[in-house]
Design a binder for this molecule. Sequence first.
Ligand SMILES: Cc1ncc(COP(=O)(O)O)c(C=O)c1O
Length: 462
Amino acid sequence: MNRKKTQLCSTDTDLLLDADRRANRYLAEIADMDVFPKELARSALSRFDEDVPENGFDTFETLSLLDDIGSPGTVASNGSRYFGFVIGATIPVAAAAQRMMLAWDQCASSYTNSPSADVIEKVAARWILDILDLPRESGVTFGTSASSSTLVCLATARRTLLLRKNWNQDIRGLSGAPEIRVVISEKVHVTVRKALRVLGFGEQDMVVAPVDEKGRIDPSKLPHLDEMTILCLQAGEVNTGNFDPFPPLMEVAKAANAWVHVDGAFGLWARAAPTKRRLTDGVELANSWTTDGHKWLNTPYDGAVGICRDRHALADAMNSDADYSSASAESQKNLGIEFSRSARGIPFWAVLRSLGRTGVAAMIERHCALAEYVADALAEAGFNLLTRPVLNQVLFSFGSSAETAQIQSLVAAKGKVWFGMTVWNEAPAMRISISSWRTVTHDVDLLISELKAAAQVVRSAG
Ligand SMILES: Cc1ncc(COP(=O)(O)O)c(C=O)c1O
């Protein structure tokens, strides 16, 4: 490579070195941090509440404020003791790749904007289809989240179904358009509902498919489907990790020629793990899928993919060619929402390249095994398991609804570990998610002992 020896201005280099030094210190200290910041750290955040600076502050002082006050106010979700929502940490190679991306500062819209980004993201897309074993001819959009990727997939679905009735939405809009039925699970994730709402589907028009006691669509109660129906299924329900039964549902959907979209924000990665893969059997027959990198693959935010079996349908729905900026249908600006965007596929590439197929499988399997381990320990300690773990989620309660909530607050207040509350069968429940590549047995042992200690407090008070 013909690279000139250019010297950065030493203050610029020093500033970036200072940021690296501070970031490394933060990561070194994360093992001992409060997982949720205590009141003192949170109240110090008022220090950011400044008026717009007239003349600007010193850059080093700005970085120092960000670190000295900002770092203690963070949630240690990049550590090993955070069990809330479904929030992965960041694998260092992905953080390192992102560090390079910041130096590059590419607008990763097309090959013309960034040959490197375009080539690497295409490789990442190919690898994702391969590891998830989804149709290799699919189009892949790298979005910021499962929410935005679902929006892209569902917009593509609607446009495609309307074309079946010779209705070109790009020309004629939606007023007077043929009706589209949307069928969702009773346990659909709120962000799928949101994507549908944003696309103009009213809540009252969404047909709800009843679920069984585990939160999976009951195939015997599946509402009518036809060629103008979008059916939204789930690979990994957010509380339990359960999967809709794809084989029987796909059989009906395929016979009806409905469009099937699968929300697999975290659960789709089960497909990469040999002992869990059977849960996803049949999922490959869908028309579109979404999954996140920033959850279970442990890439940084904002990293997700929307995948459409019909790559041309995706490219036609998302095309944003302009006179001054036309590009191939395979360009990311023609596959997703943004015109200008970062190369979000690069952290996927870095993680997949460094873990390989076996490394991804090992991480998923390990988290699932830890979830089983936690569930067994909690059952033995007198907690109520609300369902056996299917993947990496543990859903449980303790005594009454009030006692359940009390346990969660007692554990959270101590700051050693953190997990959140949810609602299951109309009652409050505690939910643990094991999603961080950093989490090992030692961390879940701490989690279990914190829960037992809280249970002891609640028992002796009652
Ligand atoms: C099952 C499921 N679907 C969709 C989402 C939304 O994902 P994102 O936060 O990336 O938009 C989540 C997030 O928790 C989820 O668990």
